[in-house]
Design a protein around this ligand. Sequence first.
Ligand code: NAD
Length: 326
Amino acid sequence: MSDISFKDRVVIVTGAGGGLGKSYALEMAKRGGAVVVNDLGGSVDGPGGSSKMADAVVEEILAAGGRAIANYDSVATWAGAQRIAAAAIKAFGRIDALINNAGNMRYKPFEECSADDLNALLSVHLIGTFNMAKAVWPHMKAQGYGRIVSTSSSAGMYGDENYSCYGAAKAGVTGLMNVLAHEGEAHGILCNVMMPNAMTRMTDMVSAQMGAEDVDRSRAMMAAVQNSMSPDFNAGLVVYLASSACSTTHMVYSSCGGRMARVLIGATDGWQGSKEIPAAAEDIAAHFDEITDLARGVHTPKSPGDEWRIVLSKADPVIPAGKASL
Ligand code: NAD
């Protein structure tokens, strides 16, 4: 197995002043990458700002002989994202990889969530990822090479109580990356999604707001996974996905207690109704087991056309083979 190097590569890590992002930035710098350490230095739910967090990570990288600059802009604005990309170009001349890691949190029941809560989370996670991808895209496209690793979450991809705003924003990140993976592939821009798990100030904030029963359950789980809840246990996957060794795109991966896995968006083989008469609700009820049956396998379509090809490949296609223009 050859070493994965970031020599001559330039990486932007957003929200890299602490937690997971710091671990990613240090690991890429250790492997020779020049790193833009972005962080606005705010609190875990968003407000405030300080240059200290990003500066401290840059100092650590420089002290170890690496290359890095700090940036304190917010990914949540288009102007901020443009300044982050411009800082990378000015300092290092190119952008090879973008790690969309910046994030904030609101943890509360849906009934207590306001439109402000939703906007606060959408603007950092989803709009921030959109802004940053858009800001680096022309540079990656021009050089015919790029790696974008964006951060989703099990709370969004699987769902959990009290994460309605966060889950919506994080699932949106996956939706955005699924499309950018299509648009980037011809230009050598690979887009993948990472679902990390680590003890950070964000999970501390969630624990502080959990009910006693949930805290006990969470502590028992943490005790079982021990050290593997350190942010460093997630860095290997992110570094791989951000490197030239990675050839995969349009994928979602989970890093959980040292276990790495691909997360699938899939459809069952399903039940094929009539192609002449619409299925009635009673037909659906009669075939519900078939519709939801996992035993006959799961398809993982990569696009709407892909799903149509799967459906049309079954018996009695309405469009004969070779004539489908999807
Ligand atoms: P964290 O709070 O330590 O890190 C998030 C960083 O993003 C902070 O340093 C913060 O200052 C920065 N940030 C916030 N808003 C920003 C903005 N607008 N512009 C630039 N920087 C901004 O939390 P973390 O746990 O390290 O989270 C990192 C990422 O991983 C987040 O996207 C989070 O949602 C995601 N995540 C974390 C976990 C986990 O278990 N910790 C699980 C799933 C997903």
